[in-house]
Design a protein around this ligand. Structure first.
Ligand SMILES: Cc1cc2nc3c(=O)[nH]c(=O)nc-3n(C[C@H](O)[C@H](O)[C@H](O)COP(=O)(O)OP(=O)(O)OC[C@H]3O[C@@H](n4cnc5c(N)ncnc54)[C@H](O)[C@@H]3O)c2cc1C
Length: 295
């Protein structure tokens, strides 16, 4: 199908984009990579009167390390994140996550900001960012605010962004030394959205016991969620099969993924439990240097 008609705007600077958002607010949609918005327009699931194309805002395409923090401009393409030596070296969970996103053609156009603002509960980048305790900076003509992930993701496909706000930057804190990471997921066909998954960071102390853990679940709830009880179960423990299995069980105890034609709620729950267990074991092995993925 063809999209409904709309007025197209292509601002060349942030100030102009914010002025357009202020003027048109909830009658408008931001166009970044278009990999989610254009299908929504074509299926007429979205019918904005104004489309504000931010592809001319080159100032929002960057990956840089400031202090220990990674700053990702909202217009950074998935492919740039995938090829970033900086991310590979210091935030390898992000690189592992982005490699699961769709296909190379989509990663060449899709943006980090678009994935975050679209807030699909089965999207890999948001779930990795939740495991990494990321913060999101929004700009509007009213000012700038930074929002932690807990307040940012409100529900499926819904965030705390106001209609006149543009997501401009994602901030990812430093990962503790001695950490390992893993993103495990399952989809029926390569490149499809996953039926379930988990992003895990595990930090081990000198004795090999867990002194830090983050477990974020993909496709388990309307937003990416942290399995905090499971994280607590790992603390102070050496990560054995038994410990990982107990934590994975606790991780899914608190969630009830919705079922659909691709898989029932029970199937997804059991799938996510398996994937959490595998991700914990992989992350722990990487933290011990048993894999090339030590952070
Ligand atoms: C066939 C196919 C398979 C896919 N598979 C996956 C997958 O497995 N995993 C996955 O995670 N994704 C997948 N995607 C989606 C893809 O990753 C998109 O790139 C991503 O969801 C959106 O990024 P975008 O830059 O294309 O955003 P757009 O499509 O341009 O925008 C998406 C939404 O975010 C808003 N938006 C965009 N940027 C901003 C901003 N800076 N500030 C405020 N609002 C903004 C838009 O208004 C729109 O509502 C798939 C897409 C396709 C077509």
């Amino acid at each position: 199908m063809k999209p409904p008609s709309f007025s197209y705007h292509d601002p060349t600077g942030l100030g102009e984009a914010l002025a357009l958002l202020s003027q048109y607010g909830d009658e408008s949609k931001v166009l970044a990579g278009g990999q989610s918005l254009v299908p929504l327009l074509n299926f007429r699931l979205a019918a904005p009167e104004h489309v504000i194309d931010i592809n001319g805002l080159g100032e929002l395409a960057y990956l840089r390390r400031t202090g220990g923090t990674l700053k990702i401009g909202a217009l950074t393409r998935h492919a740039s994140l995938e090829r970033s030596d900086l991310a590979a070296r210091h935030w390898p969970l992000l690189r592992e996550a982005v490699r699961w996103v769709a296909h190379p053609q989509i990663r060449n156009r899709g943006t980090v900001g678009g994935s975050v603002a679209h807030a699909d509960p089965a999207a890999e980048i948001p779930v990795a960012l939740v495991a990494l305790d990321a913060r999101f900076t929004a700009r509007s003509q009213r000012g700038t605010r930074t929002i932690g992930w807990r307040d940012f993701f409100s529900s499926a496909l819904t965030t705390a962004l106001e209609p006149d706000e543009l997501l401009v930057e994602v901030e990812v804190p430093e990962v503790a030394p001695g950490s390992g990471y893993a993103l495990a997921e399952y989809s029926r066909r390569h490149g499809d959205f996953a039926l379930g998954g988990a992003a895990v960071l595990v930090t081990l102390d000198g004795s090999g016991a867990c002194c830090g853990a983050a477990i974020a679940l993909l496709g388990a709830a309307p937003t990416p969620v942290r399995a905090e009880l499971a994280e607590k179960l790992l603390m102070g423990e050496k990560i054995t099969e038994h410990v990982a299995a107990a934590a994975a069980h606790a991780a899914v105890d608190a969630v009830s993924p919705s079922g659909d034609i691709h898989g029932s709620s029970e199937y997804r729950t059991s799938l996510i439990e398996v994937l959490v267990r595998r991700a914990i074991l992989t992350a722990a092995a990487r933290a011990q240097g048993e894999d090339d993925g030590k952070a």
